[in-house]
Design a protein around this ligand. Sequence first.
Ligand SMILES: Cc1cc2nc3c(=O)[nH]c(=O)nc-3n(C[C@H](O)[C@H](O)[C@H](O)COP(=O)(O)OP(=O)(O)OC[C@H]3O[C@@H](n4cnc5c(N)ncnc54)[C@H](O)[C@@H]3O)c2cc1C
Ligand SMILES: NC(=O)c1ccc[n+]([C@@H]2O[C@H](COP(=O)([O-])OP(=O)(O)OC[C@H]3O[C@@H](n4cnc5c(N)ncnc54)[C@H](OP(=O)(O)O)[C@@H]3O)[C@@H](O)[C@H]2O)c1
Ligand SMILES: Cc1cc2nc3c(=O)[nH]c(=O)nc-3n(C[C@H](O)[C@H](O)[C@H](O)COP(=O)(O)O)c2cc1C
Length: 1024
Amino acid sequence: MPPSLTAALQEWESLEKEYHQIQESHRLYLQKLDEVSKLQSNCSSSIAHQRSRLKDMSQLVKKCNKERLTEEDVKTLDEIKEHIKARPNTFFEMEAFLPKKNGLYLNLVLGNVSVTLLSKQSKFAYKDEYEKFKLYLTVLLLLFAFMCYFFVSYRFVDAIFNFLLVWYYCTLTIRESILISNGSRIKGWWVFHHYVSAFLSGVMLTWPDGYLYQSFRNQFLAFSLYQSMVHCMQYYYQSGCLYRLRTLGERHNMDLTVEGFQSWMWRGLTFLLPFLFFGHFWQLYNGLSLFKMARLPDCKEWQVSMCGISFLILFMGNFLTTVAVVRTKLKSKDQAKPKGQREALCVTMEDVEAESSTQPEAMEEEDPLFSNLDLFLFTLIAGLIIYWFMSRKKAEPIPEFKKLDQPAPSTRDTSFIEKMKRTGRNIVVFYGSQTGTGEEFANRLSKDAQRYGMKGMAADPEEYDMSELSRLAEMDNSLAIFCMATYGEGDPTDNAQDFYDWLQETDGKLDGVNYTVFALGNKTYEHYNAMGVYVDKRLEELGAKRVFDLGMGDDDGNLEEDFVTWREQFWPAMCEHFGVEASGEDSSIRQYELKEHNDINMNKVYTGELGRLKSFETQKPPFDAKNPFLAPVTVNRKLNKAGDRHLMHLEVDITGSKIRYESGDHVAVYPTNDTAIVNKLGQILGVDLDLVISLNNLDEESNKKHPFPCPTTYRTALTHYLDIIHPPRTNVLYELAQYATDPKDQENMRKMASSAPEGKALYQSFVLEDNRNILAILEDLPSLRPPIDHLCELMPRLQARYYSIASSSKVHPNSIHICAVLVEYTTKTGRLTKGVATTWLKNKLVADNGHKSTVPMYIRKSQFRLPFKASNPVIMVGPGTGIAPFMGFIQERGWLKEQGKEVGETVLYFGCRHKNEDYLYQEELEEAEKTGVITKLNVAFSRDQDQKVYVQHLLRTNKEDLWRQIHTDNAHIYICGDARNMARDVQTAFYEIAEELGGMTRTQATDYIKKLMTKGRYSLDVWS
Ligand SMILES: Cc1cc2nc3c(=O)[nH]c(=O)nc-3n(C[C@H](O)[C@H](O)[C@H](O)COP(=O)(O)OP(=O)(O)OC[C@H]3O[C@@H](n4cnc5c(N)ncnc54)[C@H](O)[C@@H]3O)c2cc1C
Ligand SMILES: NC(=O)c1ccc[n+]([C@@H]2O[C@H](COP(=O)([O-])OP(=O)(O)OC[C@H]3O[C@@H](n4cnc5c(N)ncnc54)[C@H](OP(=O)(O)O)[C@@H]3O)[C@@H](O)[C@H]2O)c1
Ligand SMILES: Cc1cc2nc3c(=O)[nH]c(=O)nc-3n(C[C@H](O)[C@H](O)[C@H](O)COP(=O)(O)O)c2cc1C
């Protein structure tokens, strides 16, 4: 046999031997397993048997107690009782090593798998790992909360944080259930509070972004930050203490480190108590803040009250449990110590060893502080308190938040169908309106209905349950009219957002519902009348019947004329449709009645506030459109070096207001009308402007009780609440015509309100082209002297003006910058006319006679946002005041750079008339280019040479670079400023670049830019 084969055979023999040994060992192992399994079930059933016998035994002992016993017998019985009492603990210990069925929760999560670890080491290792998991996650959450609080403010990053919290707490509840199966004594509140926390985090996760979310966000993050810090601190101190006690045999191996405050922590760790109590009261504060928020009329999010309830439960559970520990401890200390020592409550760490060896803690202290019944009662009490709290608040009017001009609708009021039935109306006119035009049109249409023998009502879709629309078919000759304005990128107005969402989601049938739509928009915008078009199409898809064609109103042309023309055709068609006689009786219908207050407490009179009376004197957050913040002006300087225009840079201080903003948001300001014009109006109408009046709605069912906050003076109404500067609409002229004593004037005014071509031409030239506001009309028509109360009823509301914020909150968290140009022009009739807001802003001197000038303002969130990844290049195009948001963007990119972030190319295209005149922020921009924050600064000086040079010319010059940035490097493009011409021309330049360098046709290029828009890589912030 060859030697190699011999070696192989020998090796094989040895392998075979080893194999048989393995087989034998495995057989033995299986046998032992079998035995172990039998022993386990043996032990389990014996324990069960013993338990039942112990129960019987207890009964027996009780019986014995009733007999007459000797002292010896009593002693014996006591001993037995002691043993009976101690047995459950011993069984608990034993069962920790026996497999058992999972509880409901573990069964649901893991199924019926045994989670019992069979050795002490593995139990301890699991517990140890649980503690580490908790510590690591706490540190991670701390860092996350810190980042979100100080650096990153995106809802989706918050969502990641909330998700992490949900995951963390859910995992804790599972791990704790496993620990309990393995002998841990953690129970009661310390387990339950993790379920509540998981629920709370889940609700926070679903809370949609919005003003309310933003108002609470930082409070929640700060609280999370604090909570995580306290937990880390607790872990650090408690782990040492627990370790020592365990070594001394005073604590059970499976006891956990960070679990609220327990009696064993008393020695040396009482300093933790203030931190814990502070955290509990913070939870109470969070709960109360949320309930306060839930009472706001604007609060629609269910998450607010749910989070409030959760915080309150957490507070009650934590607070009561900790107080109970303190109480028990104080009691036991009092009993255990000699009198002289009773006051010494704080014991140092050194005492732990000395004390612990001589004074083991009583077993009762190991018991859960709260039973499940207690927890149930806490929850019940908390629920009852909340119910009482909320129902009480609903029943009582809350003067603080009650809007006098727009009271919050009661539950019954949300049904427009019931209201229509109750008041015998058959036409409802819904409006989606931001600046009031749509609302005005809706009011006019509902008034019209009366003229045609029908009854209408204007309705804000936000105040009603729009899912009731299908019920309109229940009413004979019913009709829904929609006056829908479009904003942003084809978006609905704020008050129509819910209706729009509902339309998108619903698949309900609207068969038998009659409708028509009038769209309000502006042709200069990319998505012209998108909302009106959508509503019209969608209602048809849902089965509703279009009874009259969609009207398209263009604010760039003559919106009033578009509306009047549509309306003139609409009503006769409706009369025919419903078989109503088209009387069309043209008579003036007053909506409000005048009440003069000759003897009124001036504290009850509005002096310019928009919502709550005296809200300008006692300012309370949250601040919004109905509760603006009075921000002091800290800087107001002229930006242009020369020229006859006035371009200005303003800074307003928002310290202490809790207002947060992002670069790209808009600040809305409420201006006031020029005093001189108000006085002239008073003079020409011969009225006492300081008379206190109320205009009360004659329709008692209407949600709008007054046209503006009342009672107030005519002076306040004309200064703060009414738009007296824009040319009046035709309906105003029509209503006022009755007061013109000269028949010619009366005829002309009525003609202007008609759809006759001659009338339209007259309105166009006399009112629009000549830019006549109400004062100019009164001056030029001396026979027209209407009563001031009717004039006040007809004038539209003075609207807030928006400005693109010219600062970054990262650099200026407490101030908001504005860049604006004074509007000033001379009309064809030779009147010098000044823009309301810009003139008012110009006059806002930093210190006005020692007084701080203030601006009522609030923030409007926008979609105009820097890319999430700072490394993406950005291309900003903003001539003139269009530079505003880019000042914020540039500051933010600079700040990111300073933080060591990788910041992509930052390219600016700015345009102005003359380099030496209106090169806005020249120093800042050149400095930013020098420091590399702006990688390329391109400025078009349009009037410094014969040929105009605009930003789009520079775009074309740099087309290769631009194409690379857009097509290859994923650049984000931003355009800000004039919507009428500039935005369109710039967009055309981008089409041309895509055509030329991307080899596309015009259609492909248009699609290409559209795609960028949908991806959020081509954003517009434009106005006209
Ligand atoms: C989202 C958004 C962001 C904006 N951001 C900025 C910004 O950052 N900076 C900025 O300066 N503006 C900005 N605006 C414009 C701003 O809101 C105001 O419209 C502007 O300041 C004028 O307000 P005003 O009250 O002074 O003028 P108004 O009293 O409202 O007068 C303006 C009106 O006067 C008329 N008018 C103006 N000029 C003439 C003329 N030459 N001839 C005849 N009629 C004329 C027009 O009808 C015009 O609508 C923004 C607008 C929006 C919607
Ligand atoms: N609604 C309002 O009351 C209101 C208030 C403020 C601003 N705006 C609008 O916002 C825009 C910015 O106002 P502003 O005073 O800050 O700017 P601006 O100084 O009038 O214009 C800035 C630069 O843009 C140039 N420009 C003009 N038309 C252009 C076009 N089609 N494409 C590209 N560039 C063009 C101007 O050149 P030339 O002037 O030499 O042509 C100028 O160099 C204005 O155009 C105005 O329409 C409206
Ligand atoms: C900031 C801003 C954005 C606008 N966006 C659009 C738009 O995308 N499409 C459109 O057709 N009209 C747009 N408009 C025009 C308005 O819809 C139009 O002026 C309308 O009459 C406003 O109605 P309201 O006063 O009822 O809000 C926009 C107006 C502004 C001020």
